[in-house]
Ligand binder design. Structure first.
Ligand code: NAD
Length: 246
């Protein structure tokens, strides 16, 4: 028996990194997974996996989200995973960078929830919405993560507001707040810095357990929050950061 048997599990950014690990683990745990991403090429790696249906979806596109939400008969879990890490301080953050980060990291959560929460209310059996924040947020500042930290703090606030407003419908909202996790985009960020080897050492040095997290380690937490094991848990922020924030 799987921990997510019988649940319909929708997620964004399933093409690589944490989202992909979550899609695979949720399917293994018995969920019917609808794995979405803006990048159809990346999604091809998930095609044919038992329990996974793939769908191209740009979470910046309200019309696409509306059409997608309306196309689903039923949903139990929504994992809003899509996000972008802007590198730099206030001095590197042009208005267009600010707007892009807020649109992808925060507004997309608002848009997805504005179509999925009414669906969950209408179904009348509750549900679990998991929103991707970061330990770099209201929890902790990190160098060169100016707009990123602001967006992830906003996700934490948005999540608490949703949790308190819809608790009577048994819809649970939780954020996950990872430290540094070894994903393709992290590798790209290291490569973009002058000395990738030094960047790798610097990322490791700040996590007290002395290593990067793995996408699977984050997926275990998402599966717990998606499952009935966490039915008494809502409105919380789950730090999973190798001790960075101790
Ligand atoms: P990633 O950055 O490697 O991959 C992101 C995925 O999002 C890609 O498949 C991409 O195609 C997709 N995507 C980009 N724009 C999209 C859009 N408009 N619509 C739909 N999909 C879109 O993934 P990751 O590093 O696993 O990060 C996933 C989430 O986890 C992000 O929100 C990120 O901020 C957060 N996070 C990551 C880390 C980390 O260290 N990797 C730490 C804390 C939080």
């Amino acid at each position: 028996m799987g921990r997510l048997d019988g649940k319909v599990f929708v997620l964004s950014a399933a093409g690589q990194g944490i989202g992909k690990a979550v899609a695979l683990m949720a399917a293994k745990e018995g969920a019917k997974v609808i794995a979405t991403d803006v990048n159809g090429e990346l999604l091809k790696q998930l095609e044919g996996v038992p329990g996974i249906h793939t769908q191209v979806l740009d979470v910046l596109n309200k019309q696409e989200i509306e059409k997608f939400a309306n196309s689903l008969d039923s949903v139990d879990v929504l994992f809003n995973c899509a996000g972008f890490v802007h590198h730099g301080t206030l001095l590197d953050c042009a208005e267009k960078d600010w707007d892009f980060s807020f649109n992808l990291n925060v507004k997309s959560v608002y848009t997805m929830c504005s179509y999925f929460v009414p669906k969950l209310i209408a179904q009348g059996r509750g549900g679990s919405i998991i929103n991707m924040a970061s330990v770099v947020s209201s929890i902790k500042g990190a160098p060169n993560r100016f707009v990123y930290g602001a967006t992830k703090a906003a996700v934490i606030g948005l999540n608490k507001s949703l949790a308190v407003d819809f608790v009577q419908h048994k819809i649970r909202f939780n954020t996950i707040c990872p430290g540094t996790v070894d994903t393709p985009s992290l590798r790209d960020r290291m490569a973009a810095q002058g000395d990738p080897e030094q960047a790798y050492k610097d990322f490791i040095a700040r996590q007290k357990l002395g290593r990067l997290g793995t996408p699977d380690e984050i997926a275990y937490l998402v599966v717990y929050l998606a499952s009935d094991e966490s039915n008494f848990v809502t409105g919380q922020d789950f730090i999973i950061d190798g001790g960075w924030s101790i």
